[in-house]
Design a protein around this ligand. Structure first.
Ligand code: FAD
Length: 811
């Protein structure tokens, strides 16, 4: 056995083998996979082998498409067949809401170049004669769907990797991982120790255990999953003979069932409501090529519906029932990337659809390890999206919820209930008492909107404008007309101190650092000049800064900051987390309210726009930024949690004479649209450059250096190829949700990132990216945005509709 290698990949399932293959494909040859048993000894061998490209996150869909295209390449290099059956598949809708969902899916697919087609039930029946038409109202055809041999495919990855120079050790169990002082790893196996520069945890069913070897608890949980194989069916044989074709795959959302041809019979699987986690705390090491005991009773309700929807199945004999475990992260997407706080320890686990996603996971992880960047926008799969709050119990509740909802629609205004409330601020009960409808912002309860007295504090879930519309509208108008207060708890906050603090921040950020008592806004770029952050920074002393960013990206950003911290101890960086909570007041009367409860001079002359001040507010020590995301006159107040109630109560009392209102996250997001402000992970993501994103004014190319400067300079010199723009949309009763295609001249030329209704300016608004040359087309209705299957006229508004001269923020 080798004693040294560049990479040890732990786990010979489809994911580990894909990572191994992609490392060799991108040029690293001295790579080694270690498997405790035979390859595919976890969940890979008993998978149903289905694959598809569709995913709610277009970035993940793109990688699924890559995975499907990869199989031919693998077969060619390895000489091993994957037994690919590219049958195509149909998704069946049984309700108008599901039809809307299919329309949305088709529209999303358009700008990814996916060839999805809405078809009638009669057309679907022609492709799949076993379905009973009366249960359905429409369907979506996807030609890039099918199934393959899971074991053959995993071996094809491994063989192709070996052809490229990789080593595979079977029957070799990793028992311990020890980091050496030089940052490399001693991978201690039952056959000896290998010293490796990098370790990849692709342990599948044992990913948690391989995480515990380095002291981390990964949020993954295995669920039992069953599918049936039928005996030969005359209906299948007849279809094959009549058409010369295999039956297509079917996804029946109403029945919560998937089915496809297997041999001359059918395979039928379901994500049952009565689901069951497997080994919730500890996966047994002696679990091997085994199946779990079938439990037909558990899936009986779903099977009954399936038999009604596809009556021929009622008469089919059941040849075999497969029940096997496979893992999920709380949101059902993979966990990929480097783990914060550990050197050269990477994960590729929680992959619930290894045969749709394994290729993309392998490609992006290999890119990341070799080039320092995944090469794609994989926020949806990044392990950094979970913090320590994703405990075992949280994961257990969320994974079960996600499993049960596998075939359910997630409406844009739908909040999911499992594991809630998880984290709350001191205002939680006060907010509820005032009618707050709460949202889950990365496990923190955050007010979304407030139901007035007599109105039920509950969302009616819908793709269309819903019951919150008029109340969010009232909140927005109250802010613009007088003053409102909102809780800004879901921000990440950081403290950066030390003699090297300014230089450190200046090296990371594109903007120059502020003077003491002032604030700047700044993007952060990676080496390729793409946006990886967007921050507010205040300077409080020569060597002291505070910084605010997106709370969902806190671990993602901390991983980056820690990687770039100077080793000489000249900078201390601390994530404050919920050590501070926040309140923001905004609107033309905001100053008058603040003035009543602080002894400080907060006049426009003494406390200017973009000033920072530490001051007592309602007797509580607060840090105050004169800036708000509403684009109005306003202030952000930050304080330790023990003061939050006191400050809130004082603000409400002081604001009484001005009719102060509570406003929630939804109103805040509408208000920022009226100012053309972007948001992190919608408008600002690692696929866009700062000039494309219209953040060029915060990029100081005159600075000596910052990460990504060369690429930013290039983008500036050549001019951005596409541009973020804002639209007024001639919407009906539904505003954009994000990911809708933008049409121009009869072609799809871009995509929407987010939008909603501007209640003060009284129009539907959207933001998105279009080719730079088209961004100059200001013609009335020059664009169309496809909302729920209808192309709606849209016009670029080059200036914010609210306060284009930015006078209100400065008043
Ligand atoms: C019934 C069923 C049906 C499914 N149907 C589909 C489908 O139709 N389409 C689809 O895409 N997916 C399907 N899946 C899911 C699919 O099986 C998984 O996505 C996939 O197998 C995950 O692969 P993996 O490599 O991450 O994990 P695993 O297959 O679990 O592989 C992990 C490997 O790591 C090894 N290992 C762990 N720890 C160590 C250690 N310490 N030392 C050495 N080796 C170690 C294990 O022995 C194992 O071989 C199905 C799953 C089930 C159970």
């Amino acid at each position: 056995m080798k004693t040294h290698t560049q990479v040890v990949v732990i786990g010979g399932g489809v994911v580990g083998c894909s990572v191994l293959y992609h490392l060799t494909k991108l040029g690293w040859k001295d790579v080694t996979l270690v498997e405790r048993d035979e390859l595919t000894s976890g969940s890979s061998w008993h998978a149903a082998g289905g694959f598809h490209t569709l995913n709610g996150d277009p970035n993940v869909a793109q990688l699924q498409s890559y995975t499907v295209d990869l199989y031919k390449e693998l077969e060619e290099i390895s000489g091993q067949s994957c037994s690919l059956h590219l049958t195509g598949g149909v998704m069946l809708a049984d309700t108008p809401e599901r039809m809307d969902f299919l329309r949305l899916a088709q529209a999303k697919g358009r700008y990814l170049g996916m060839d999805l087609e809405l078809i009638s039930v009669a057309e679907a029946k022609k492709m799949f004669p076993m379905l009973d038409e009366k249960h359905f109202i429409g369907a979506l055809w996807d030609p890039i769907e099918g199934h393959l041999d899971p074991s053959g495919t995993t071996h094809a990855y491994a063989k192709a990797a070996r052809v490229n120079g990789a080593t595979v050790y079977r029957h070799t169990k990793v028992e311990e991982l020890v980091q050496t002082p030089d940052g490399t790893w001693d991978v201690i196996t039952n056959k000896g120790t290998i010293r490796a520069e990098h370790v990849v945890n692709a342990g599948g069913l044992w990913a948690r255990e391989c995480g515990r070897m380095v002291g981390i608890e990964l949020p993954v949980l295995a669920m039992e999953h069953m599918y049936l194989l039928t005996d030969e069916m005359p209906e299948v044989v007849a279809h094959n003979e009549a058409t010369g074709k295999e039956l297509i795959g079917i996804l029946d959302f109403g029945g919560e069932i998937y089915t496809r041809q297997e041999g001359k019979g059918m395979l039928l699987g379901t994500y049952e409501q009565n689901c069951r986690p497997w080994s919730p705390r500890q996966t047994p090491w002696d679990f091997g090529h085994e199946l779990l005991a079938p439990d037909l009773d558990r899936i009986a309700p779903e099977l009954e519906v399936g038999f009604e929807h596809f009556p021929a199945l009622q008469n089919a004999g059941i040849k075999q029932i497969i029940n096997g475990p496979f893992t999920f992260a709380p949101d059902g997407n993979p966990l990929v990337g480097p783990v914060r706080g550990l050197q050269n320890y990477w994960v590729a686990c929680g992959v619930m659809a290894g045969f749709s996603q394994g290729g993309g996971v392998g490609l992006t992880l290999a890119n990341w390890m070799i080039n320092g960047d995944p090469g794609y926008d994989i926020w949806g799969m990044d392990v950094a999206r979970y913090g320590t709050w994703a405990t075992l119990a949280y994961t257990n509740a969320k994974v079960q919820e996600n499993y049960r909802r596998r075939f359910r629609i997630r409406f844009p205004n739908e909040e999911l209930p499992a594991a809630r409330p998880h984290q709350t601020t001191p205002l939680y009960d006060r907010m509820l008492a005032q009618g707050a409808v709460m949202g889950d912002s990365w496990a923190l309860e955050t007010p979304l909107w407030f139901a007035p007295e007599g109105v039920e504090a509950k969302d009616v879930i819908s793709f269309h404008r819903s019951n919150d519309f008029e109340h969010v509208g009232a909140e927005c108008r109250a802010v613009r007309d007088s003053v409102g207060v909102t809780e800004t708890a879901n921000f990440a906050k950081y403290e950066i101190t030390g003699p090297g603090a300014e230089q450190f921040l200046s090296h990371l950020m594109t903007n120059t650092m502020p003077k003491i008592g002032r604030i700047i806004l700044t993007p952060m770029l990676n080496e390729n000049g793409k946006l990886i952050g967007d921050f507010t920074i205040a300077r409080t002393g020569e060597q002291k800064f505070y910084m605010w960013g997106s709370s969902q990206a806190e671990i993602y950003h901390m991983r980056w900051f820690e990687k770039h911290l100077p080793q000489d101890g000249s900078v201390t960086l601390r994530a404050i987390n919920l050590g501070w909570v926040g309140l923001s007041i905004a609107g033309p009367n905001a100053r008058k309210v603040l003035d009543k409860i602080t002894g400080e001079d907060v006049s426009n002359e003494a406390f200017r726009f973009m000033d920072f001040r530490e001051m007592d507010v309602a007797n509580a020590p607060c840090k105050v930024n004169r800036i708000t995301y509403t684009g109005d006159l306003g202030y952000e107040l930050w304080m330790a949690p023990e003061y939050q109630r006191q400050v809130y109560d004082a603000l409400m009392k002081a604001g009484e004479e001005y009719g102060i209102v509570n406003f929630g996250m939804r109103a805040l997001l509408c208000l920022r649209l009226e100012k053309n402000f972007g948001t992190w992970f919608r408008e600002f993501r690692p696929i866009y450059g700062p000039y494309e994103a219209d953040l060029g004014r915060f990029v100081k190319l005159s600075k000596e250096s910052f990460i990504g400067k060369d690429a930013a300079q290039k983008e500036f010199d050549e001019g951005p190829k596409r541009l973020r723009v804002s639209f007024m949309v001639d919407a009906g009763d539904a505003d954009v949700m994000g990911d809708e295609p933008i049409w121009h001249g009869g072609k799809v030329i871009g995509w929407i990132t987010s939008g909603g209704f501007g209640h003060h300016v009284n129009t539907s608004l959207a933001q998105g990216y279009v080719p730079a040359e088209l961004a100059r087309d200001l013609g009335d209705g020059a664009f169309e945005i496809e909302i729920l299957g209808e192309r709606r006229k849209a016009t670029i508004n080059p200036e914010p509709l609210f306060d284009p001269k930015a006078e209100r923020m400065r008043m």
